[in-house]
Design a protein around this ligand. Structure first.
Ligand code: 26V
Length: 799
């Protein structure tokens, strides 16, 4: 039974009084914010207790989702929505003289992730919880999440993201469940009665303290938990009497700081692996603490670990938690006394792995010496796994002997984490059809030959209840009016919208809603960037991490082309606003240059009377979950223009489609499945497909030849080179395009330009456009995270 507004009001008054000693008349927004979160948190806690009781009564298989990243996003509205308390809370808060919408805006984004991979993990927690599966997420309680981005003169500046002050309300510290994690030292091997035993000596200990974040599900009795580990010096160490009495407090403080540094900050790169010591420590720290917890909990209700794979599955989200493999082996061998063969069988049957990228620079490899120094016991186990694997291949798959040097876990003095995962896990999946095919046929081909059936696909999905129901209330209530609210729990019901494809009344209403959403975004942009957009112009959106393969630069080159055509050649187009949002890895120079390029283009275009009323370019700073929630409902064109074969899936593409945007994209990642869902008439596809990309590369790609042959490309590059962007120097970009153009923006430019012309034409015909938009909403059902979770359950976790 949900609490009434008046009950909530009483609880708010009481909590405000106990926590702050104030009455509502005296309280600030900040105090009311703390009060509301405390009240909601108490509902979650009680519900969680009930859920744990029901879990005790059944032995349903537990799912453990290991991920270095969870991009949780704001939780207050999500929790109120899930608990069906939104309206009551709004009323209660308003009767106390506050505005819930203002309170929502105060909540920080826990930015505990970089991008798609982290957001996916959170969407899956939401969906699995709604569906009633017992899932626990494990990660790190970074004190600082992904940096805050500011743009100064076009240049990205990073600021620390201090999210805990206002975001910490959702975290429950569980000191009682702290764990110890051991680093460094050396390993001693001894022959004794029980054969060879291994002892890890002279290690130093880091204390792992869990902070639990409760995850609610819509209309669900389940409340699951995301357990975030914080690193501390061990209690005895932090007030070490010996060092203290010798006057060495400073040294002792240094030790504390060293331990605490492990959970200090999220690594803000998602594009290339730098073999940084601290990151390796982060990985082992959270893996070890989590696995020890899982095993301890399991042994509370089971006699041995023999049947662990029937009752638990541990999912490795990309290779970052790959140390689960040797750590589970270590626990089984050293702590529980298993023989190697049995330990290996249990480990392999318990672990599953998802790959999220084929970019070789992002595949994790670690220096073997670094490993040996910090994780001596783990290194020995990996070496033994590798030795046995190589021996097996040599004996049983002689046809692969020549491939062994690339298939082995250790090679060239490095530990290759993806190989470790593929060899050990019972399931390996990609995140879209195309991506999984590439894994099978290319990246992991040799393993696919010797482990038939291990590689599989689960196409990504999104938490539609967040990205549509909460983020776009106008559209949600209209859809409900048309087809009822069954889509909330079964997104495939959106298909029913297709029957309105030729209903002009419905199409006009959809356009009206889009316009309202665009007005809201325009208002935000006016305040944030000081630029006023015409809300009737076409909102063309590219928001995602900045990376060369995602080709924001190709988008910018095309905008520059439009500008020159309008200014010098009399081109007339439908008014269009190009909107970008993207964070660049702090050390990624080219990515930062591309941001500077987009901003310079915006500076030039936004104040040129020649393009006034026709073109605007906006770069929105600090793209994050809460900003995404404002942008998607207003999107009309969703730019998904990566080089084919490079974007594993994409999920922003799904979020925009669900909100009625039309995809302008290449045949890459999940775009292919969007194409399948809506048909060729309802999407703008351009560019080379994967095969053509490979052929072009194999034939020796020459961007300069394209510059010579294509007058539009030439005009744009010459303009930039000659200082057309307010005299600003972009030589590094021009040289890069002419000499490398690694992701072939120039090769796809002409095809992109033509597709953009088509977009412009269709926009002139609102009936046609709105029909396409409706068909996109209608076709987006398969991209529900609920569907993805059921796929994982059926094909992997409960198989
Ligand atoms: C990689 C690395 C490499 C080492 C440095 C730190 C770091 C941090 C994160 C990553 C992950 C990169 C992989 C990734 O984010 N993949 C994205 O996953 C999305 C969810 O499956 C998918 O939609 C995107 O297409 C894919 O790029």
């Amino acid at each position: 039974m949900n609490p009434s507004a008046s009950k909530l009001k009483d609880e708010l008054i009481q909590t405000l009084k106990t926590n702050y000693g104030y009455s509502p008349e005296e309280a600030t927004d900040r105090q009311m914010y703390g009060t509301i979160l405390t009240v909601v948190q108490s509902y979650l806690t009680r519900k969680r207790a009930d859920y744990l009781d029901t879990l005790k009564k059944n032995d349903k298989k537990r799912i453990y989702y290991m991920s270095m990243e969870f991009l949780v996003g704001p939780s207050l509205r999500n929790n109120l929505y899930n608990l069906n308390m939104q309206a009551e809370m709004k009323q209660a808060v308003s009767e106390l003289g506050f505005d819930l919408d203002v309170i929502y805006e105060m909540e920080p984004d826990p930015g505990l992730g970089n991008g798609g991979l982290g957001r996916l993990a959170s969407c899956y927690m939401d969906a699995a919880t709604t569906l009633g599966y017992p899932i626990t997420g494990f990660s790190i309680r970074y004190e600082f999440g992904i940096f805050k981005q500011q743009i100064v003169d076009g240049w990205q500046i990073e600021y620390p993201d201090d999210w805990l002050e206002l975001g910490g309300y959702w975290l429950t510290p569980r000191d009682d469940e702290a764990m110890e994690v051991h680093f460094d030292g050396h390993v001693e091997e001894r022959w004794g009665e029980r054969g060879l035993t291994t002892i890890h000596r002279d290690y130093y200990t880091v204390r792992a303290v869990p902070y639990d974040l409760m995850v609610s599900g819509k209309d669900s009795e389940a409340i699951n938990c995301l357990r975030l580990w914080r690193a501390e010096a061990p209690t005895s160490k932090s007030f070490d009497m010996y060092t203290f009495s010798r006057g060495e407090y400073v040294k002792s403080m240094e030790e504390d700081a060293k331990a605490e540094s492990i959970s200090k900050v999220l690594y803000p790169a998602d594009d290339h692996i730098e073999g940084k010591r601290l990151r390796l420590k982060q990985q082992y720290f959270f893996v070890s603490a989590s696995l020890q917890t899982i095993i301890r909990d399991y042994l509370r209700t089971h006699e041995s670990l023999d049947n662990l794979p029937e009752y638990a599955v541990i999912h490795i989200n990309d290779t970052h938690p790959a140390l689960c493999v040797p750590e589970l082996m270590r626990i089984l061998l050293d702590d529980c006394g298993y023989e190697w063969e049995n330990a290996w069988e249990i480990t392999c049957r318990t672990l599953a792995y998802t790959n999220h990228t084929v970019m070789s620079e992002a595949l994790e490899r670690w220096d073997l010496n670094l490993f040996r120094q910090h994780l001596p016991r783990i290194t020995k186990i990996i070496e033994e796994i590798d030795r046995r694997f190589c021996k097996d291949v040599f004996e049983f798959h002689p046809e692969k002997r020549n491939q062994l040097s690339s298939m082995a876990i250790i090679g060239d003095g490095q530990v290759r984490m993806a190989n470790l995962c593929v060899i050990a896990c019972f399931s390996v999946n990609g995140v879209s059809k195309l991506h999984s095919d590439i894994l099978k046929e290319d990246l992991f081909k040799d393993y696919n030959d010797i482990f038939p059936g291990k590689l599989t696909n689960v196409t990504n999905g999104i938490a539609a209840r967040r990205w549509l129901c909460q983020g776009n209330p106008l559209l949600t209530s209209y859809i409900t009016e048309l087809i009822g609210d069954g889509f909330v729990h079964d997104l495939s019901q959106l298909e029913q919208l297709a029957k309105f494809a030729d209903d002009r009344q419905v199409l006009r209403q959809l356009a009206e809603i889009k316009l309202e959403n665009k007005k809201m975004l325009a208002k935000y942009i006016s305040a944030a960037n000081g630029i006023n957009l015409d809300p009737t112009s076409l909102f063309d959106i590219q928001v995602k991490r900045l990376h060369e393969y995602k080709r924001q630069l190709m988008n910018a080159l095309h905008i520059c082309h439009l500008y020159l055509q309008i200014k010098h050649h009399g081109l007339v187009i439908e008014p269009r606003a190009f909107i970008f949002g993207a964070k660049a890895s702090p050390g990624y120079y080219m990515a930062k240059e591309i941001i500077r390029f987009i901003c310079a283009l915006g500076d030039l275009i936004n104040r040129d009377p020649a393009t006034k009323g026709m073109l605007k370019v906006i770069f929105l700073a600090d793209y994050k979950v809460s900003l995404a929630e404002k942008i998607y409902p207003a999107a009309e064109i969703s730019e998904q223009i990566s080089q084919a074969g490079k974007e594993a899936s994409g999920t922003g593409n799904m979020k925009m489609m669900l909100n009625g945007a039309l995809t302008l994209g290449t045949m890459d990642g999940a775009n292919i499945e969007i194409y399948d869902a809506v048909g060729a008439d309802n999407i703008f596809i351009f560019g080379m497909n994967t095969e053509e990309v490979n052929r072009t590369r194999d034939n020796g790609y020459s961007p300069r030849a394209i510059y010579d042959a294509n007058p539009y490309v030439r005009e744009v590059l010459d303009f930039v080179r000659s200082g057309g962007l307010d005299g600003k120097n972009f030589d590094s970009i021009v040289q890069y395009l002419l000499n490398n153009d690694t992701y072939m923006s120039l090769a796809d430019f002409e095809s992109y330009r033509i597709a953009q012309t088509k977009v412009n034409e269709v926009y002139r015909n609102p009936d046609k456009w709105n029909r396409m938009s409706l068909m996109n909403i209608a076709g987006s059902g398969i991209f529900s995270a609920d569907r993805s979770i059921e796929d994982y359950i059926r094909d992997i976790w409960y198989k």
